[in-house]
Design a protein around this ligand. Structure first.
Ligand code: NAD
Ligand code: UDP
Length: 328
């Protein structure tokens, strides 16, 4: 389904976006409004920012509700994007019990809502369900290599349990589910203090401060620009009911963390030096999505390369630095 047919699917539909004030959620709200939908953002602002959705507030088709998805929610909508959950290791390890609760209780509440409303629901799952993968690149049929008791487990196992719930609600209650496994995504509106590699490196480079590499920097990730990711989510929701996923979405253009640092230094013209610190426990050594399924089922593939995406991200953080709006 091409982008032009999105609008037919979303026009005049009421769409709930949980985590709507977050990095990905705010772009999703924006694109849904552009596609003619009425959008309800539900967020407790744990890691999201009102500033991310401030420009949408005056739109009569947009509504922002403060609510914690671990509590029941009674609203009437036609489709649900379940994006509420802290996403960076720093944020999801801040209160690990809350992370498992938002993943599991949040999923149960939103699936219950979808069951009552008989509406489709899309889960923002993650490449972390593959843990430190022994299969490379990762395909959807790989069951993963997750440490169930380590510091990343609150997120990894929370998201794995959420996937279990999605498929059980589908088998047991016939809920129309869509499970999207999102690989590292970056862009404007990433939280400046979430410790994720792209925002960390860009902000350090712009400030001329040392760029900190955890481990040797030989570990790899594959970075997808936010616009591409959100387009895939919109397309997945609009697929027929028999398309459930799980489906990998990301940019298969793999790079080492060291190369990413060098590229950001080059693009910012920074004089930052590289410093090395020990790798965090259970840090995955490699990550790259196999997106054959997304290519065939969604007719989707990323269109924005790393240089172009990084330039847009750098411009965003540069503007916030100039405005004195970046907190340490
Ligand atoms: P984010 O932290 O910017 O957004 C998450 C949003 O959820 C925030 O606005 C936060 O306030 C909200 N939230 C957290 N707990 C909540 C609760 N209990 N009730 C209501 N709202 C709550 O992160 P993001 O990068 O936009 O991630 C969005 C989703 O995508 C998450 O589910 C994440 O796991 C998933 N994901 C993101 C990436 C990525 O690279 N960005 C990769 C894989 C998966
Ligand atoms: N990383 C790093 N320096 C930083 C932040 C992250 O070297 O300032 C590394 C981190 O150890 C990991 C990779 O970059 O190997 C991606 O980290 P991020 O937290 O962005 O995402 P995730 O590990 O969840 O993929």
């Amino acid at each position: 389904m091409g982008p032009e047919s999105f609008a037919d699917f979303y026009r005049a539909k009421r769409i709930l976006v949980t985590g709507g004030a977050g990095f990905l959620g705010s772009f999703l709200c924006e694109k849904l409004l552009a596609a003619g939908a009425e959008v309800l953002s539900v967020d407790n602002y744990f890691t999201g920012r009102r500033a991310n959705i401030a420009h949408l507030i005056s739109n009569p088709m947009f509504e922002a509700m403060r609510h914690d998805v671990t509590m029941s929610l009674f609203v009437e909508v036609d489709a649900i994007f379940n994006f509420a959950c802290p996403a960076s290791p720093v944020h999801y390890q801040f209160d690990p019990v809350a992370t498992t609760k938002v993943s599991v209780h949040g999923a149960i509440n939103m699936l219950g809502l979808a069951k009552r409303l008989k509406c489709p629901i899309l889960q923002a799952s993650t490449s972390e369900v593959y843990g430190d993968p022994t299969v490379h690149p990762q395909t959807e049929d790989y069951w993963g290599n997750v440490n169930p008791i380590g510091p990343r487990a609150c997120y990894d196992e929370g998201k794995r349990c959420a996937e279990t719930l999605f498929f059980d609600y589908q088998r047991q209650h016939r809920v129309a589910i869509k499970v999207m496994r999102i690989f590292n995504t970056y862009g404007p509106r990433m939280h400046e203090n979430d410790g994720r590699v792209v925002s960390n490196f860009v902000i350090s480079a712009l400030r001329g401060e040392p760029i900190t590499i955890y481990g040797t920097g030989a570990q790899t990730r594959s970075f997808c620009y936010v616009d591409d990711l959100v387009d895939a989510a919109l397309q997945l929701m609009a697929t027929p009911a028999d398309v459930t996923g799980p489906i990998n979405v990301g940019n298969p253009n793999e790079c080492t963390i060291l190369d990413l640092a060098r590229k950001i230094i080059e693009l910012t013209g920074s004089s930052s030096k590289l410093v090395f610190q020990p790798a965090p426990q259970d840090d995955p050594k490699q990550r790259k999505p196999d997106i054959s399924l997304a290519r065939s089922v969604l007719e989707w593939q990323p269109t924005i390369g790393l240089d172009e995406g990084l330039r847009k991200t750098i411009a965003y953080f540069e503007r916030r630095l100039v405005e004195g709006d970046l907190k340490r």
